[in-house]
Design a protein around this ligand. Structure first.
Ligand code: GUN
Length: 297
């Protein structure tokens, strides 16, 4: 079997188009412009690239982008004071604090100081609890993007066996909750899981989010399974060059799977598209207006 390649780049462009359409309606009908504030502390190069990209795509969708770049030595109390201002700013509907934060700052404290209604990352403990109990919440962007890709391919996921490899708060755990919400039988596997290849081979859906380059190989995949690769790893490609690979060994997995996301061009573009979608959703909820359809679970 040769897998169908799931085009996350094209799907993300469609989602961004839907977001832009909804933004235009909010502006024309209600004079409201959704606004997203992104806070970056320090100079981590990867984080700088993400933040620039988020700002650009926010503006392209017709929304307001507020970037706050703070020095790496910024105190925790100054950061908390900024978040308090953003919580109270009616032009700001979504707040994202780029992670990781410098070591002297308590990330949990900072995330939990964001107004849950503006927590477009879905990391606030209230949103985690709401998602875990099947209530309306803000949903983390990367798992939401993965769910959209899976629903697009399969329609209903009901009764499918899903294995999520990785138990992070950002991807693994919320991904498992979303799949459970769609009536999958869900296994969360991780570095201590016994016989991980055998566990993964049972799955109709594999979501790999471990951060280990090309760890999941074709012999771990059930023929016809759908493989969603969340990993983004830069590896040495020889001659002083590097290349991006996922957590899945693409060629061997694609020879067995029914469908697979590539890296780059799979899950990555969906994350920012879902961030924009969450910002519009937050804006609609804040104003008591109907939410866009198909952009929330
Ligand atoms: N750092 C890596 N991924 C993310 C994300 O989804 N949200 C935030 N805030 N920081 C990140």
């Amino acid at each position: 079997m040769t897998a169908e390649i799931i085009d996350g780049k094209a799907f993300a462009a469609t989602v961004r188009g839907q977001v832009a359409e909804h933004v235009a309606k909010l502006q024309a009908g209600h004079g409201i412009t959704p606004g997203l504030a992104v806070v970056l502390v320090g100079e981590d190069p990867a984080s700088q690239v993400y933040v620039r990209s988020k700002g650009k795509q926010t503006v392209e969708a017709g929304m307001a982008s507020f970037e706050h770049k703070l020095d790496a030595a910024t105190s925790e109390s100054d950061l908390l004071a900024l978040i308090e201002r953003l919580n109270n700013d009616p032009q700001v509907h979504g707040i994202l604090v780029q992670l990781p934060l410098p070591g002297h700052i308590d990330s949990d404290l900072v995330i939990n100081s964001i107004d849950p209604a503006k927590d477009v990352d879905g990391f606030h403990i209230s949103n985690v609890g709401l998602l875990g109990t099947g209530q309306k919440s803000m949903v983390p962007c990367t798992p939401l993007g993965c769910l959209m890709l899976l629903r697009d391919r399969h329609g209903s996921l009901s009764g499918m066996d899903a294995v999520v490899i990785g138990r992070s708060n950002i991807v693994g755990k919320p991904m498992a909750q979303l799949l459970l919400g769609d009536s999958c039988t869900v296994t969360i596997a991780h570095s201590r899981t016994r016989d991980l290849p055998a566990v993964t081979r049972r799955a109709d859906i594999v979501v790999a989010a471990v951060g280990r380059p090309e760890m999941v190989t074709g012999d771990w995949i059930k023929p016809g399974a759908t493989v969603i690769d969340v990993g983004i790893n830069r590896i040495d490609a020889g001659e002083g060059k590097t290349r991006l690979v996922g957590d899945v060994h693409f060629d061997s997995a694609a020879a067995v799977a029914g469908a697979i996301t590539p890296v780059p061009g799979g899950v990555g573009p969906m994350t920012i598209a879902c961030l924009l979608a969450n910002t519009v959703t937050a804006c609609c909820r804040a104003n008591g207006l109907p939410e866009p359809q198909g952009l929330t679970p």
